[in-house]
Ligand binder design. Structure first.
Ligand code: SF4
Ligand code: SF4
Length: 460
């Protein structure tokens, strides 16, 4: 198995108190943008040297700026069913919790999609619990169809990422044939004993089956996979090395590693005994984890949701995070409930959902970010190893910024009031005027004019 526990534990033991010299050596490698090995990564996570810690955030920030500039990709989750046969100890949807379960009909899915489109979203993640009887693969496929075909004015979903339970090559092939974007699956924890403890007696109990899900997805043709760890279950240093080994395994075997990594932390949820969770991550450790992952895998998108506070999101965007959810809810039918001002219990505690999504987008602009609704790569077939080689060569950045600008302008025209429109378009024009490549600058400026003249969906 590619997650070698003895090997990870020996590295963690060996590096638990790194010397100043060892820490500085790794910083030097990071500064030169050399690839860090597992030992290096473990040292960066363990070092207690204050100036080294400062350097970690500084280098992570530089990498973020070099590769992602000021762009932040926007997405939202769409939860369609909370039927679940599993008993994940950290989740309010676990089957031991008794409440009335709900699965959206296709008409209800379409209704949620229309509300998300009215918020300007173009990129969704389909989410549901695991229940082969109440929510089988056929249901998932129907939902994907509905998401792609439901339009609302100029609104349309251009990339549907899918987060469903580990399944067979055959089922992954069905997802692939539906044209999904990224297949998302969190390992939750790479630590096998902890994994088994957190996932008792259920379909999700098999650590190896869960761990090899991406292998099966890739065998089925899916090229973009999104990983994640639920920080708080096991030693975070173990988890980060687990992520890196998993990523290396996929790179070696299929030529491409993770497209994205999500970094959720355990939060309060109904029926979850927080005191039984031994490794809950404090903010300082969490920030370090984000920065070290950014240095270790510069080209992998890093995602967070509104489970983190606005203040923390703002900080970790400066040195790590490249994709955030906006205006999201984890409740089944939650967008409609919110539109009708109905109360509902979230799967996890969320922050900032009181703020309407346009205010959140405006806040990003005020902070100097370009909120991006871009889905160009998926639609141009720039996926998997083709995407990664473009990303690693730096070529991709030449199109990300123009695309971020044009998608923001499209968003402002279609959804903003006059004040927002003016602000966002002026901001977009200013950024466009600073594009160094003359040809790209010209195309981007023309695209802004074309959007104002009624054209839509312009991208490079
Ligand atoms: Fe079910 Fe997912 Fe919750 Fe586990 S985390 S109980 S699989 S909904
Ligand atoms: Fe993402 Fe590709 Fe758009 Fe860049 S051009 S933001 S990599 S979809």
């Amino acid at each position: 198995m590619f997650i070698n526990h003895d090997y990870i534990n020996s590295i963690l033991e060996e590096t638990k108190n790194p010397t100043r010299e060892e820490s500085l050596q790794v910083i030097e490698k990071a500064r030169k943008r050399e690839k860090l090995d597992y030992r290096d990564i473990a040292i960066l996570l363990a070092t207690k040297e204050k100036d080294v810690e400062k350097e970690i955030f500084k280098i992570a920030g530089e990498i973020k700026e070099e590769i992602y500039g000021k762009r932040i990709v926007i997405f939202a989750p769409l939860y369609v069913s909370d039927y679940c046969v599993n008993k994940c100890v950290y989740c309010g949807y676990q089957c031991n919790n008794k409440f009335e379960r709900k699965k959206l009909t296709q008409e209800e899915v379409a209704e949620e999609v229309r509300l998300l489109e009215a918020m300007g979203h173009k990129r969704l993640v389909l989410e549901l619990g695991e229940d082969p009887v109440n929510a089988p693969i056929e249901y998932v496929l129907e939902c994907i169809d509905t998401m792609y075909k439901t339009q609302n004015g100029n609104g349309e979903i251009r990339r549907t990422n899918v987060n469903i339970a580990a399944t067979s090559v055959e089922n992954y092939r069905k997802l692939y044939e539906k044209g999904i974007g990224t297949y998302v699956l969190f390992q939750e924890t790479y630590n096998k004993p902890m994994y088994e403890k957190a996932h008792p007696n259920s379909l999700k109990s098999d650590y190896e089956y869960h761990l090899t899900a991406f292998d099966r997805a890739m065998e089925a043709g899916i090229e973009d996979v999104g990983a994640g760890v639920l920080f708080g279950l096991a030693d975070p240093r173990f988890e980060v090395l687990g992520l890196m080994m998993h990523n290396d395994h996929l790179e070696e075997k299929y030529g491409v590693g993770f497209h994205t990594i999500s970094v959720p932390r355990i939060r309060e949820a109904a029926g979850v005994a927080m005191e039984e969770l031994p490794y809950l991550l404090d903010d300082e450790t969490f920030k370090r984890v984000v920065a070290v992952i950014r240095i270790a895998v510069p080209f992998t998108g890093l995602m967070i949701t509104e489970r983190e506070t606005p203040e923390l999101r703002k900080e970790i965007m400066t040195y790590g995070i490249s994709q955030i959810s906006v205006g999201s809810t984890t409740v089944i039918g939650g967008y409609k409930k919110r539109a009708n001002n109905e109360d509902s219990d979230e799967q996890f505690k969320l922050f900032d959902v009181e703020t309407d999504s346009m205010s959140a987008i405006e806040q990003l602009i005020d902070d100097g970010y370009i909120p991006s609704f871009c889905t160009a790569c998926y639609r141009k077939g720039r996926v998997g190893d083709r995407f990664m080689s473009l990303a690693k060569s730096g070529e991709i950045q030449k199109v990300c910024e123009p695309n971020a600008i044009t998608t923001l302008v499209e968003y402002a025209i279609d959804y903003g009031d006059e004040r927002f429109k003016e602000k966002a378009i002026n901001f977009a024009r200013k950024i466009a005027s600073e594009i160094k490549n003359e040809n790209t600058r010209k195309i981007t400026e023309e695209n802004i004019d074309n959007l104002l003249n009624g054209k839509r969906d312009l991208y490079l």
